[in-house]
Design a protein around this ligand. Sequence first.
Ligand SMILES: [Mg+2]
Length: 389
Amino acid sequence: MQRTIFHLDLDAFYCAVEELHNPDLRGQPFAVGGSPTRRGVVASCSYPARMFGVRSAMPMSRAVQLCPDLIIVRHSHDEYSAMSKRVMTILHDTTPFVEKLSIDEAFLDMSGFPGEPYDLAVGLQKRINEELELPCSLGVASNKLVAKIANNMGKARQRTGQPPNAIEVVPPGTEANYLAPLPIRELWGVGPKTAEKMHEMGIQTIGDIAAQKEKLLIDQFGKIGYDLHLRARGIDARPVVIERPTKSVSSEITFDVDVNDSDELKRSLRQQSENVGRRLRKSGLSGRTVQIKVRWEDFTTITRQSTFEQPSHNDHWIYETALDLFQHVWDGTRRIRLIGVGVSGFENAARQLSLWESDDSKQQRHVQNTLDDIRERFGDDSLQRGSDL
Ligand SMILES: [Mg+2]
């Protein structure tokens, strides 16, 4: 069956939300992100700022060099999340087949809808423009790969200092031709190393990859060579995935005031670990991987993780692992804005318990269940560890 896939991406989303709250920012070169003097990074930059060469993920100090009049705006994360929810509501109102990729990006499966795909895309874009006053761009194609690339291309074509609000349609049957002249880096799976090797082989465009013998690509690049050969010809059978099964359970806290007090950070890690542990047990999940997330005061964010052979959902195990990871990244002085703990790499907990449970851990589990019950009924703060008081 012929599919119709949309890739939708809000244009400079954080900046667009900031402009709604402060219309004076319209048409100005500005960036959302951290301070240039504190190693801040550009999270999002307005289109006028892009005319100066400012890009997201660039150090703010560099951005200010490129554009001395750059206005710097602090993150308002809650507002971006709230607006993202409203965007997603419109998308779900359009089709039940929505795959959210990030706060401002999604795939929609629009197969079988009456009307021309271009007109459908215009209608959706108009709704977002008018109801939310946000610019957005769409790529339309017969699969996810080409829709996403088309969206990138459509946006890149507009270099006016205005949000692109672009729509780019690749008609079915023209995918390979569309991709052929594009540089290989546009293709998923072509990283810097692969690109370098391909350039050495004289491969410059996606069309050059498509023209290679599949066997040669597999010999040179391994299994990914097979995928690249398919992708270069615009072939991608992956479905739009509606609902992802739970892949991780996590909990995080943003401090009102940036914190560098060791006790407070430990207490916070402990609380996040207990919260995660309880939710894991409630869902019957056990994970092998513990992850921490730390956002420094300049908004740069890091994650670290540790994976074990045995899955678990034990609070103490989660906490000890998280603390160990944390102590490897924290110098004891740097201020922290957000700290979070997560567990992933799941296995069915019931099976694990029957296989591995000793008398000792049975007793631990009994205590754990009792604690969970109390917290469930009386709230997270109803019980505290003596060490935390
Ligand atoms: Mg975007």
